[in-house]
Structures are given as C-alpha cells and as structure tokens.
Ligand binder design. Sequence first.
Ligand code: GDP
Ligand code: MG
Length: 173
Amino acid sequence: MEEEDYVFKVVVIGDSAVGKTQLLGRFTKDEFYLDSKSTIGIEFQTRTLLIGGKRVKAQIWDTAGQERYRAVTSAYYRGALGAMLVYDVTSRRSFLAAARWLADLRARADNSSIVVMLLGNKADLTNSRAVDSDEAAAFAEDQGLFFSEASALSGDNVEEAFLGLLKEIYGIV
Ligand code: GDP
Ligand code: MG
C-alpha cells in the first residue's frame, strides 16, 4: 500500500435532512442508501484520489446526528481544511439556516482560512424547488464561498462538487 501525500479533513454541515449523509455515501462509495435512516453513526469516511499528481486522502466527516441540536462541537471542526455547507434546494428554511451554520463554523473552526463550499442538494426535485440558484450564488459570492448544486439521489455533480472543494484546498496547502 502506498502512503498518501496529504490528508485533508473536510466537514459536512447543514440542517438535518438536507442530504449530508447521502452526499457522503455518494462521493465515497458511489452509493445512495435506500434506508432513509441513513445516519450510520460513523464519524468520517475516506476516499483517496490523485490531485496534481499527489495522493490525497479526503477524510470527510459526518455530523452523525449532532446537527439536530443546531450546532456541532468544536472537536468536529478541529483540523478541518474544508467544509461542505449543505442546504436543500426545496427548503428555504434550510437555505436560511446556512448563514447560521457559517457563523457557527467561523466562530468554532481553529483554521481561519478553511475553504467553504455552499452546496444546494436535491437538485433532482425540480418541481418543488424553493431556492433559486442565482440567490444562492449571490449569497455565496457575498460570503466568499464556492457554490454548487448537486443531487445525491441521481449522483449529478456530487463528484465535481467534492473534487472542486478538494482542489481548492490543495491550491492553498
Ligand atoms: P442528513 O440528515 O443531512 O444526513 O440527510 P440524509 O442524507 O439522511 O437525507 C435526508 C433525506 O433526504 C433522506 O430521506 C434521503 O433519502 C433524502 N435525500 C438525500 N439526498 C437527496 C437528493 O439528492 N434528492 C432527493 N430527492 N432526496 C434526497
Ligand atoms: Mg445524516
């Protein structure tokens, strides 16, 4: 087994039920869990990939239910180089909560240059969309975040979003 050149810790945050666990499963195993009680209690999952010719191990942390208390512990953020801030494009409430998650992250993360991507999930649900891409993109730009939309269900753009975040981290380490 070759050793990796880098380990990047990335945390996934956002309200309960936005699809964080499913996104993680899609990116690390190319699976969507049909059992909807998919918070499996695992703290992180990993996937090793090549970026810029280097072996990068992405260690991606799941909240495992802590987000029900509307925040996570400082330990969750410790050492994180990146954050995937997820909302559900069919839920304005979850989008409005992203601002609170961002404030929590900025207050608790030990790394002030943490790279953050705002990710609108459930983009497959086109008939019940409640958050415009333009509005979310404007919020992201204003806050200095990268922005993307994806669907953990169809798999659309999940790979690209995580890879985009990891490449941005790679660019600053
Ligand atoms: P978490 O609480 O943020 O970890 O959310 P989960 O990953 O457990 O997903 C919450 C619910 O949304 C589950 O019923 C999932 O099947 C569903 N879900 C997650 N991602 C998607 C998606 O991209 N599209 C659709 N239509 N449903 C999704
Ligand atoms: Mg979950």
